[in-house]
Each structure stands twice: as structure tokens, then as C-alpha cells.
Ligand binder design. Structure first.
Ligand code: GRG
Length: 298
């Protein structure tokens, strides 16, 4: 099977798992549930759960204990996109090829849908205890990583620094930009790899290496995202290009130029591959996935 066929199959498998945890659209709160499901079902690459599952496999993980975490991570990611698209943040009308949640459901319902998704993520992850048998400690550690990397010392911290600088009309310097990228983008990719490893029984030293590999992949991913905003095709991306320039945003590309950005993304991804290749278990698909993110078209 080609890499593309495998990716399609794995994406569909993640979506089956994810959809199985979505709430039924009924009762007096059905509008917010419908807004939550609309946001999740808009598609997307499902990269973070794929990273989690493939790392789990690389460390010999078996069974269903991972499933609630795969769903939880994508719910957290989706909440962050719904809130990021709000008028008070980036004010984006299109994502994943369709109208954003606040455009369809209104600003208040989109705020609540984001809150609902975040909360649902933890409610879902907790279900892993039902599958955990003798590995309860791993689930507790995975919960710590899931919540920690999404929070103040992870994605939320990165986004807050970004918004704070924007509101102050101040361009980030090199260190600030690095902090924003490491946290806003890197943190969830880190937790995906770490949780995959933790649930499969990786030791703390291995988890630290996964944290580093996730950081490198996250930084490379963000650089490519910045490149695509300049060179990408709107139809393939499912969102407008040129929005960074329109918003006068400092990105990796505006700071270092397109050529260096491309080279740095390549270098970071090679370093990550070096770490992944050093583990005793091998996962060729995971390495191909990391490689495919550099120079991607969406
Ligand atoms: C609101 C707390 C809070 C955080 C928002 C994710 C995020 C932080 C902002 C979105 C804007 C952005 C460009 C973030 C960088 C990370 C990134 C490239 C997200 C898009 O991830 P993809 O490409 O999206 O995996 P799909 O749609 O494929 O899931």
C-alpha cells in the first residue's frame, strides 16, 4: 500500500473512533452540541491523533486504552481552532473548506461550543480508565500531559502571548516568536507523541525524547504553515492565503525569509527523525508522515 493509501485508511480509522465519542444532538442544549459536532466534522488532517496512535504502535502499545485520548486530543485541537477563528481573535470566516463555527452559529454559540469541546475532551479522556486494567498509572500520567500541554504552560500560553503582542501592536522578537510557536503549535504535537509513548509503557527518558521530537516536528509544522500562507493554494488549503500579510503578522517567513524558512523546516524535521529512528521499535509510516509535512500543500 502506498503512503497516501495508508494515511487515508488511518485518517478514516481515527474519524470512526472520534465520531463514536461525539454527543447526541438532543435536549435543550442541542444547538451547542450541533455547533460542536459541526466543528469536529468539518474534517481536518487529524494529524495529532495519528501521531499519538503511531507512537503508541511504535512502543508496542495494544488495546483500546488509547482511543479516548485520540478523540480527546482532536477535541482540544478543534476547540482551539473554533476560538482562534472568533471575531475577537483572528476573525476568520473559512476553515477546512467551510464556514467557521461563529459564522454559522453566531459568536456566543461558538464560544460555548469551544468550551464544550474542551470540557468534552477531558470527559472523554477519563473514559480511558475503563480500559486501563493494570495500567492506571499510565492513564494518570497521560491525563497530566494532555491537560498540561493544552494549558497555560502549553498551547494556551502560546496563544495568549501571541494575542497579547498583537493587542499591544508590538511585533514579536526572535525569542517571543519561538515561545509562541513552541507553545501554540508545538505543545499539542508534543503531547500527542508523549501520550502515545506513555500509554504503551515508554519510560520517562523515552518520554523526554518524544517531547523533544514533538517540539521539533511542531516547529517545522508551524514554519510550513507560515510558508503555505504565502505560497499555498486556497482551494487545497480550505482557507484564505495571505492572511498573515493582511493582518500584518510577524511569521517565520517575514522574520527569516522564504528560503531560510524552508531549510530550517527541513533541518528540524531531520533532527526529529533522528530521535524517532533511535528508538528500538520502528515505525516507517510515522517517519514518512514527519517527512511529508515538510513541503506539504495543506
Ligand atoms: C484559542 C487557546 C487557543 C489556542 C489557539 C491552534 C491555535 C491556538 C490557533 C490556530 C492558528 C494557528 C495557525 C495555529 C498554529 C497551529 C496550526 C497550524 C493549526 C492548524 O492545524 P492543522 O493544520 O489543522 O493540523 P487541521 O484543520 O488539518 O486540523
Amino acid at each position: 500500500m502506498t503512503f497516501e493509501d495508508q494515511l487515508k485508511q488511518k485518517t478514516e480509522e481515527i474519524e470512526r473512533i472520534l465520531y463514536s465519542y461525539l454527543p447526541a444532538e438532543e435536549g435543550f442544549a442541542s444547538t451547542v452540541i450541533s455547533a460542536m459536532n459541526y466543528s469536529v466534522k468539518a474534517g481536518g488532517k487529524r494529524l495529532r491523533p495519528i501521531f499519538m496512535k503511531e507512537t503508541f504502535r511504535m512502543f508496542g502499545g495494544k488495546g483500546k486504552v488509547i482511543n479516548p485520548f485520540l478523540a480527546a486530543q482532536e477535541l482540544i485541537h478543534t476547540y482551539s481552532l473554533v476560538h482562534d477563528d472568533l471575531e475577537v481573535m483572528d476573525n476568520d470566516a473559512f476553515r477546512r473548506g467551510r464556514k467557521t463555527t461563529h459564522v454559522v452559529y453566531g459568536e456566543a454559540m461558538a464560544v460555548l461550543a469551544g468550551d464544550g469541546l474542551l470540557n468534552m475532551a477531558y470527559e472523554t479522556a477519563l473514559k480511558a480508565f475503563e480500559e486501563s486494567g493494570a495500567v492506571k498509572k499510565r492513564v494518570i500520567r497521560a491525563m497530566e500531559v494532555l491537560s498540561g500541554k493544552a494549558g497555560l504552560y502549553g498551547m494556551l500560553g502560546g496563544q495568549s502571548a501571541d494575542v497579547g503582542l498583537e493587542k499591544a501592536e508590538k511585533a514579536p522578537d526572535e525569542q517571543e516568536l519561538r515561545y509562541i510557536h513552541e507553545n501554540k503549535t508545538g505543545a499539542l504535537i508534543q503531547s500527542s507523541l508523549m501520550i502515545g509513548g506513555i500509554l504503551a509503557g515508554a519510560d520517562e527518558e523515552e518520554v523526554e525524547k518524544l517531547e523533544r521530537a514533538g517540539l521539533l516536528i511542531g516547529l517545522a509544522f508551524q514554519i510550513e504553515d507560515d510558508i503555505l500562507d504565502v505560497t499555498g493554494n486556497e482551494e487545497i488549503l480550505g482557507k484564505p492565503v495571505g492572511s498573515d500579510q493582511k493582518n500584518n503578522k510577524t511569521t517565520y517567513v517575514t522574520m527569516y525569509g522564504l528560503e531560510r524558512a524552508g531549510l530550517d523546516a527541513q533541518r528540524l524535521s531531520e533532527e526529529a527523525l533522528g530521535i524517532l529512528g533511535g528508538f528500538p521499535g520502528k515505525n516507517k509510516f510515522l517517519c514518512q508522515l514527519v517527512r511529508s509535512l515538510v513541503g506539504r500543500d495543506r
